[in-house]
Design a protein around this ligand. Structure first.
Ligand code: DLZ
Ligand code: SF4
Length: 508
């Protein structure tokens, strides 16, 4: 009998497991633009355009290959707001033996589908998502019995498993597993950064831009200059352009930030990987090919592959290992609301202003902007994990909960108490100064530690440590900072406390 094959908005690849045994004569593919998915956070408007347009293009390409697709456009049936309601509606006019769907990326959706089975009175077969290189069970086996779940060891196992950058003797190519020490060059004003790829919107995308402009006025961000790829073909072009133009410098300038240069040497393919337009293995292969043909150095290629084969897979593994509890963690008991300037950019802290403004324009920021500026500052002022997670999930075009939550609660906020990171990723202004030119045009002075002109990151850093002493003092990698604090004069300690209290009262 026929099978209803449900494809979610981040499963846009023909090789998806839910289609593997499709019978085009009898089965039906269902895709839908949904109120619930589009508004469970206030997604950036460019993210909405990307998802809807990529879904529409994918559906059209399936249809052109002879697959039967029932595609429900935004508000075509206003009463159908969830995946379950859509399936129930389809079942009214046709009968199916089962529903097949690939494992959703978010826990919320998995639970909804599990409940739907009883409500719909039809078996729902949830298949593994084999776009990932480590499946959920394999990660859980890896984690079993380990005291610490450090990414570095997981990554080495993945390198060996897939024999990537491994010599015939089983050693890492070049002698080291990790070339991060080479990957922290500060930016120089003389860098020539290639222009980003820009795919001109076709008629279909133009229609979606108008739809989003009309219907999502309360959402964050600018619709201007939409240039993301929305088809697999164009995403492959972006990948190709990255490996030729940016990958050679990707490693060296991975942490660098320059005002007015949102794209730097990063790949900007996270949105394509996370929605299915690109597959991780083909991106890894593209980087390996560049290395083998001497077009990109090892530190760049290894650094890029570590993001995909290591970090991305590890983050997903942690998500499914620890959900639903992970979303509730708040180890440091952080309670502050997110300051309004995360939405408006209206702050005199230039680093934050630049990163927020750029995010509003592009729905993108690279990992150091997210971690060292936007994340670091939120951690320093104790933003509640729920508030910061909601922000990151809303504003970035590549963000889905499985990838966003562990990065934010684990890496940025230390809300999980150390499951993912070995210590909180907080710092004063010095690293931002070293890695960017933001401080040059800031109202504050990065070299000043106290007083009205001092960089707020500087005193907030010490105040954070003092505030969380009970939770952090025994941590071996932080103990040294507490010793430094103890050596400060009482006047200096008081100045830190006063500046921080004053800032937190008036500027958050
Ligand atoms: C992110 C997103 C958005 C904005 N809209 C839709 C949608 O209308 N229909 C859909 O199927 N998927 C959408 N998505 C992606 C889903 O939220 C994503 O599939 C789940 O969050 C992952 O489980
Ligand atoms: Fe940011 Fe401080 Fe530098 Fe200003 S001085 S840009 S607030 S790090």
């Amino acid at each position: 009998m026929s099978v209803l094959r449900l494809i979610l908005g981040d499963q846009l690849n023909e090789s998806i497991s839910s289609l593997s045994d499709i019978d085009p004569q009898h089965d039906l593919i269902v895709m839908c633009e949904l109120q619930e998915e589009a508004t469970y956070v206030k997604h950036h408007v460019k993210k909405l355009v990307f998802v809807f347009s990529a879904m529409r293009h994918f559906a059209a390409s399936l249809e052109s290959k002879g697959y039967p697709v029932r595609y429900i456009k935004w508000m075509e049936h206003p009463a159908l707001n969830t995946f379950t309601e859509v399936c129930a509606d389809v079942l009214k006019s046709r009968s199916f033996s089962k529903i097949v769907v690939t494992h959703p990326g978010e826990y919320r959706v998995l639970k909804a589908l599990q409940v739907a089975e009883a409500a719909l009175g039809l078996p729902i077969e949830i298949r593994g998502d084999d776009r990932f290189l480590c499946d959920i069970e394999e990660f859980s086996n890896w984690a079993q019995g380990r005291k610490q779940l450090r990414m570095e060891y997981f990554y080495r196992d993945m390198r060996k498993k897939y024999s990537i950058l491994i010599t015939e003797k089983g050693k890492p190519v070049g002698g080291q597993w990790n070339y991060d020490a080479d990957n922290r060059h500060p930016p120089s004003d003389t860098l020539t950064i290639p222009p980003p790829s820009h795919i001109e919107p076709d008629d279909l995308t133009q229609t979606v831009i108008e739809l989003v402009g009309l219907n999502f006025k309360a959402h964050f961000g600018s619709l201007e200059n939409f240039g993301f790829a929305v088809t697999r073909q164009d995403a492959l072009k972006v990948l190709e352009q990255f490996t030729v133009e940016r990958l050679p410098c990707f490693g060296d300038y991975q942490d660098a930030m320059l005002q007015g240069e949102p794209w730097m040497y990063h790949a900007h393919i996270g949105l394509y990987l996370n929605s299915g337009l690109l597959l991780p293995q083909e991106c890894i292969n593209a980087a390996l090919a560049a290395y083998e043909s001497n077009q990109a150095p090892l530190n760049a290629v290894e650094g890029f592959i570590r993001q995909l084969l290591g970090w991305r897979e590890y983050i997903r593994g942690i998500y499914w290992l620890k959900m639903p509890n992970y979303a509730e963690y708040n180890f440091l008991n952080a309670q502050r609301a997110l300051p309004e300037y995360y939405w408006t950019g209206n702050t005199q802290m230039n680093c934050l202003k630049q990163c927020v403004d750029q995010t509003a324009q592009t729905a993108y920021a690279h990992h150091i902007q997210r971690l060292m500026v936007l994340g670091n500052f939120a951690a320093l002022i104790d933003v509640h994990p729920k508030a910061l997670n909601e922000w990151f999930l809303s504003v970035y075009v590549d963000a889905y909960e499985w990838v966003e939550l562990p990065n934010v609660s684990g890496m940025v906020l230390f809300a999980d108490g150390g499951i993912l990171a070995s210590k909180p990723y907080v710092s004063g202004g010095a690293y931002i100064h070293k890695m960017s030119n933001y401080c040059q045009s800031c109202h504050y002075r990065v070299k000043e530690k106290n007083g009205p002109k001092a960089c707020p990151f500087n005193y907030l850093y010490w105040d954070f440590l003092v505030r969380h002493r009970d939770h952090l003092k025994d941590h071996p990698r932080i103990a040294m900072m507490y010793r430094m604090y103890e050596r400060m004069s009482p006047e200096k300690q008081q100045a830190i406390s006063n500046d921080a209290a004053n800032f937190l009262e008036h500027s958050t």
